[in-house]
Design a protein around this ligand. Sequence first.
Ligand SMILES: C[S@@+](CC[C@H](N)C(=O)[O-])C[C@H]1O[C@@H](n2cnc3c(N)ncnc32)[C@H](O)[C@@H]1O
Length: 227
Amino acid sequence: MDELRLTGDGSHTLYSPEYGQTYHSRFGAIEESRHVFVQGVRLEELLKRNETVTLLEIGFGTGLNFWLSARPFLTGNRRLNYRAVEARLLPGETFSRLNHARLLGLEEPFGAFLRWRAGIGPADNREYHFRYDTISLGLFHGEARRADYGEETFHAIYLDAFSPDCNPEPWAEDYLKRLYRSLKPGGLLATYSSRRSVREALTACGFCVEKRPGSRGKREILSAYKP
Ligand SMILES: C[S@@+](CC[C@H](N)C(=O)[O-])C[C@H]1O[C@@H](n2cnc3c(N)ncnc32)[C@H](O)[C@@H]1O
C-alpha cells in the first residue's frame, strides 16, 4: 500500500514500497511537476494554438500532472485531450487523501473524477474515458506496452514512470520508439531522468535531446524534441 508523504512545497506525494521510490520529488511535488512536465513541453505555447491540445502521459500515478495540465483549460476556452497509461490505478480512497485538487482549486472536477474512478475495476488493458467541461481523459488501465499510441497523435508526451533501474520497461528503446512515432513533428517529450542510458535511447529513436536545469534537488532533466 502506497504511503502518503508531505513534500517541501506543502503538496503530497506517495511512497511506493514496491518500487522503493516516491512518486515525486520530496522537495516539492507540484513544483517538480510544473517545472519538469508542464513547462518542459511548453504547454503555455500549445495553449495559444487554435486547436485541441493532445497530451500523453506514461504513468498517471496520483494524477498530479493531469490536473496541473488541465487547470488552464478549465479556466479558458481551449480543449484538452489527455491520454494516460497506468498499470495500477490508485484506489479512490488514496486519491481522496491527496491535497493536490485543494491546492490547485480544482475540488469540483476532482469530485467528478472520484465518482468516475469508483466505476473502474482492476487493470484490464482497456481505455476508460472521463470528461469534464473542456477536458477529456482517456486512461488506459494496464501495461504501457499493451496500449496503442498511433502515429503523430500527440502534441507532447510526459514520460513519468519510476526510475529505469527499478522500472525498466517504459524506458526501453523499442518502447521509446513507439512514443516517438506517436508524437507530432515539432512535439516535445519531457522527463525527469537525465541519465545517460535514457539520453542515448532517446537519441537513437530520432529525438534531439537537450538537458535542462532540474527543479529543486535535481541538477538536470531532459527535454526531447521530434524534428
Ligand atoms: C513516478 S509514478 C507517476 C507519477 C505521476 N505522473 C503523478 O503525477 O503522480 C510512476 C507511475 O507509473 C506507473 N507504471 C510503471 N510502470 C508501468 C507500466 N509498465 N505500465 C503502466 N504504468 C506503469 C506506476 O504504477 C506509477 O503509478
